[in-house]
Design a protein around this ligand. Structure first.
Ligand code: ATP
Ligand code: MG
Length: 266
């Protein structure tokens, strides 16, 4: 199996040399093979979002290397990396264009995913596909193609963002607490949708979550971060045997760590 993502010894310090210095990533290495789905857990400030931001190119790392397939992307700007990287954030407002309609948003995602030969318009064939795909969400969006996305609820927008991320066939899909802002029912729906979209697209995925049940239910590997490092890592075989209790025990081993049990068990 070839590696899709290779991270070699990356470090990132914010406000270096000042009283506000924050060492967000410390010599972190990680490799993802084609189709790997890694769930990422860890306390607040562990560096999870910084790791995802580093992969997406939101900010440069201080040292170390990041490669997608065989391309070293360290110096590649965020907008160019977007060709390889799909993202869904915690904030439902971040992934979609509120002033465009559902079908316009979907068309944009489709255009990004297919290299050429696609016009700007929403053709009948495309509209049929949108209706079909939206129906699978079971949110009734298939009958609201011309509704502005800004009018949708957070859960509906997250589901749409995921669908759009799937359309673009990214080499890597980055999910950062993308169900955290949703009520339990919607969170479950978006969790199930995540599993389906990743599986259907065979997407190589990194998903950050504070929900340990979700971290166990999805994906084939799991990592735990603390203070900018990976402090625990479970491969496919190990992950199958993991329980929430076992993860809590691992958390317990980390000195000085504090966790909101309620949120994690949610
Ligand atoms: N843009 C930034 N500027 C300055 N400091 C930052 C920035 N982004 C992150 N940090 C700092 O880096 C450290 C890691 O933050 P990060 O957001 O990666 O944590 P996290 O694991 O995603 O936490 P959470 O679970 O709260 O989302 C923290 O100490 C944070 O304050
Ligand atoms: Mg974060």
């Amino acid at each position: 199996m070839s590696d899709v993502l290779t991270i070699s010894g990356i470090s990132k310090t914010f406000f270096a040399g000042t009283v506000n210095e924050r060492r967000a990533l410390r010599d972190l290495s990680l490799r993802l093979e084609e189709g790997d789905f890694v769930t990422v857990i860890g306390s607040n400030g562990a560096g999870k979002s910084t790791l995802l931001n580093a992969i997406a190119g939101r900010m440069p790392v201080d040292s170390g290397d990041i490669s997608i397939d065989d391309t070293r992307v360290n110096r590649m700007k965020e907008h160019r990396r977007a060709k390889y990287v799909g993202r869904v954030f915690q904030d439902p407002m971040a992934g979609t264009a509120p002033d465009l309609t559902i079908e316009q948003n979907l068309s944009l995602a489709l255009r990004r995913g297919e290299r050429r030969g696609l016009g700007r318009g929403v053709t009948r064939a495309r509209r049929e596909r949108f209706v079909e795909e939206l129906a699978t969400l079971e949110l009734g969006l298939e009958s609201r193609l011309k509704a502005k996305v800004g009018l949708l609820s957070g859960g509906q927008r997250q589901a749409l963002s995921l669908l759009m991320a799937g359309f673009t066939h990214p080499r890597i899909l980055l999910l950062d607490e993308h169900t955290a802002a949703l009520d339990p029912q919607r969170a479950e729906l978006v969790t199930n949708l995540t599993g389906r979209i990743v599986e259907q697209g065979g997407l190589t995925t990194l998903m950050v979550t504070h929900n340990m049940q979700q971290a166990l239910a999805l994906g084939n590997r799991l990592i735990m971060m603390h203070e900018g490092r990976i402090v625990f890592s479970a491969d496919e075989k190990r992950k199958k045997t993991l329980t929430v209790d076992a993860l809590l025990a691992e958390f317990g081993k980390i000195k000085g760590a504090s966790f909101d049990d309620r949120a994690m068990l949610g």
